[in-house]
Design a protein around this ligand. Sequence first.
Ligand code: ATP
Length: 312
Amino acid sequence: DIKKIVVVGSTNMDMVVKTSHIPVPGETVLGGSFFMNPGGKGANQAVTVARLGGDVHFISKVGNDVFGKQSSQLFEEEGINTFYVLSDDELPSGVALITVDEAGENSIVVASGANGNLYPDDLKDALSIIAGAGFLLMQLEIPMDTVRFVADYAASKGVSVILNPAPANTLSPGLLNCIDIITPNKKEAEMLSGIKVTNIESAKKAAKAIYGMGVKNVVVTMGPLGAVICQEGKILVIPAQKVEAVDTTAAGDVFNGALAVALSEGKTFPEAVQFASMAAAISVTRMGAQSSIPYRNEFIAVSSKIEGSINE
Ligand code: ATP
């Protein structure tokens, strides 16, 4: 019995350039290859859910332009329900400018465009879909008022709320209390907890602190170090898979989408984090955002190969 997942979030067009190093202010770097790839945290997470076999509705806003049309079409091809991918007449589609260095680290500027116009009023017709879902998955690339409104509504209907608090921001106590699982990375965990997160030990402290703020379950993602869970107060560490990182763009998105899929299939929280780590590990071995997201069939084959290399 697979539960429905509703993703409410952003859609962007990613413009990616490979570079020897990420430029400092005032510096111009002659970059390498360029490519465009549909992205945005909401879209990436919705595509991840679809590719890993989840039942997904995506609620988002794009511009009435070529990027918006392209994105909607791609979502449909992925098997996402796009009835609530709305078109905005005022602002263009969101765009992200991404540079990726040789180590696979990235730096990103986002022009939100239509994502900034996704307001609670736009969601009136979609509320019955949210109420009928098992899980609501959100990020912070849409207006905070919308995030608060949807989280509150979902929680009142008994829907589990997963919040990926990215990009880093502070969250109101009211929002924190609606959340079943929060998934900050290192920087976001620091922002939320006020604790400097440099290693697994400090991540444990931050996870406990965020739990203490009223969130039932916390998972702090620590890139290649893995993930630290605080499950109703109890700490667990889930190590990352050892892989060669090519491009970490969307690692967090794949992690979150996969987490939702695993939970929708009835896996426990720690099992779901393990599944999410596997999916994220595969994505960092490939370039791009949506282009790097694994499919379920591929996931099984590749993840067993990854496990094998760890056992050696
Ligand atoms: P990004 O912003 O690059 O999308 P993030 O900062 O949101 O990612 P991370 O903590 O860097 O999130 O990564 C999320 C998860 O992806 C990690 O918990 C881990 O499971 C996996 N992951 C990330 N980087 C690596 C890596 N180099 N090797 C293996 N797994 C990784």
